[in-house]
Design a protein around this ligand. Sequence first.
Ligand SMILES: [Zn+2]
Length: 248
Amino acid sequence: MKPFTVRLSFHGDLNVFLRSKTGDAVIERRLTEKTSIKDIIESCGVPHPEVDLILIDEEPVSFDHTLANDTKAEVFPVESRGTVRTEKRLQTTLLLRFVADGHLGGLTRNLRLLGFDVAYDRNADDRQLLKVMARENRALLTRDRRLLMHAIVQHGYYPRSQNADEQTVEVVRRFNLSESIAPFTRCLRCNTSLEEAAKTEIIDKLEPLTRIYYNQFRRCPGCKQIYWSGSHFPRLQRRIAEIRAQCV
Ligand SMILES: [Zn+2]
């Protein structure tokens, strides 16, 4: 087969994945056999769940589009939806269920604090993460680019920041979560939805001062943890307000 060249222009923040040190977002690949656009894009370091639109000759194509001749491709992330008008997107934006890898404990806690369903096991290996993702139809959150490139990953996101609060804002934006925020409705420890608990039912589990000063309680049906708006509450509320303010 005659060798051919594919010239890819990466848009928006996809340049965070490119190995190019020069900041150049254009990469050329010389190929000698038919290759899918998805494989070519991933060979440049960009995981497919980060790619929302691929244009070849100004026409949107799917990931399995195969190339065999000289081609120019434009590759767009979800964040650049405003710039190109088309219905043919490769990613779903509204997703409410997640699985986070073991390094994202802070992000997991924040998302649960906002009420979101995040499966998390600090010790889960890649195989277990992918299994939970596929079985429970969750979007995978990970800073392991290789893992995000796994063929079975449909929905996923690579948090750009290393800071949990910034990551939380990124995830809320990426998956359109701001309308669905419901603080203090989910157990921070085990991810179960909380229930209202009458004081009389749980009074024997409370410390003496808590018994006196608080009247509203929530309980986790999973791990039995009891929640109330104690001394930590204003701090958590502040954090939620800060995250919300940045998500607009
Ligand atoms: Zn719990």
